[in-house]
Ligand binder design. Structure first.
Ligand SMILES: [Zn+2]
Ligand SMILES: [Zn+2]
Length: 120
């Protein structure tokens, strides 16, 4: 069981089971959505994630044909992406304990979006 949430605490999540496909990404969508050069992601089946905070489910922005970016409507924290397919991708920075072996990113997508010589 993993738990996490946004900066203000209105939107909270609990995710059960194995965190799949831990990876970092430096694509333009991730950069624009967060303001950061690189984001770190893990994925869960939709049914494994519950939104447990007072604010319920996060607000959404339709960012592509198949996915929406999720964020807190109160504080603006980015929390992840909700795919049309049954996957919820959560951002490691929103986890209560973001640094642990099972969440270690294993690959880096769109690495050319980073400055030369910088290897997150
Ligand atoms: Zn918030
Ligand atoms: Zn990305």
């Amino acid at each position: 069981m993993y738990e996490g949430g946004c900066l203000c605490g209105q939107v909270r999540f609990a995710a059960r089971g194995e965190a799949l496909n831990p990876h970092s990404c430096s694509c333009r969508n991730c950069q624009r959505h967060s303001g950061a050069l690189t984001l770190c992601w893990v994925e869960f089946p939709k049914g494994a994630v519950q939104w447990t905070g007072e604010g319920g489910e996060p607000a959404r922005y339709r960012s592509s044909d198949y996915s929406s970016r999720a964020f807190c409507p109160v504080c603006g924290s980015t929390l992840g992406a909700l795919d049309d397919e049954p996957v919820v991708a959560l951002l490691l920075g929103s986890f209560d304990q973001p640094v642990q072996p099972a969440l270690q990113p294993q690959s880096h997508s769109f690495a050319d979006g980073c400055p030369p010589g910088w290897h997150p």
